[in-house]
Design a protein around this ligand. Structure first.
Ligand code: CMP
Length: 140
């Protein structure tokens, strides 16, 4: 299987509850390696730009406000089939639909405060990684 990189964001609801370590353990236990990581306070314009793809959705403004409501941890995960594997570790967007053992089932508070973001395709992973990271910040 191909070695891929994907972008992950631990969202403000999770950083506020000190869940970074528990979430990282889920990635590492599943074989993903955290090859870049930083804790950031996003600004409104950065969050708007990152989620631009959703700008016509009804939840866009609330999503942006939520993403700047506290620190986030942006990270790059690397491993075999990382994009798909990460999405299975995260679970469904809506925690009510997420499978047992997934991050969102265990930690998410709602569809908005759902603890984690992960790239949905290899193409978007490349864009999202370069949005937050320079090559020199990624060390396998
Ligand atoms: P994420 O993977 O970060 O991508 C977009 C986010 O929008 C999503 O996770 C959810 O947290 C958030 N969101 C809020 N409301 C909805 C909704 N009704 N449907 C889908 N995503 C939503």
């Amino acid at each position: 299987m191909p070695i891929e990189k994907t972008l992950s964001i631990i969202k403000p609801d999770a950083t506020k509850r000190n869940l970074t370590g528990l979430i990282n353990a889920k990635f590492e236990n599943a074989g993903l390696k955290i090859i870049g990581q930083k804790r950031l306070q996003l600004t409104k314009s950065i969050a708007e730009k990152f989620y631009e793809i959703h700008k016509d959705r009804s939840f866009y403004n609330d999503l942006v406000d939520f993403m700047i409501s506290g620190p986030v941890v942006v990270q790059v995960l690397e491993g075999e089939n990382a994009v798909k594997l990460n999405r299975s570790i995260m679970g469904a967007t809506n925690p009510d639909e997420a499978e047992q053992g997934t991050i969102r089932k265990e930690f998410a508070e709602s569809i908005e405060a759902n603890s984690i973001h992960g790239s949905d395709s290899l193409e978007n992973a490349k864009k999202e990684i370069s949005f937050f990271f320079a090559d020199i910040e990624l060390v396998a």
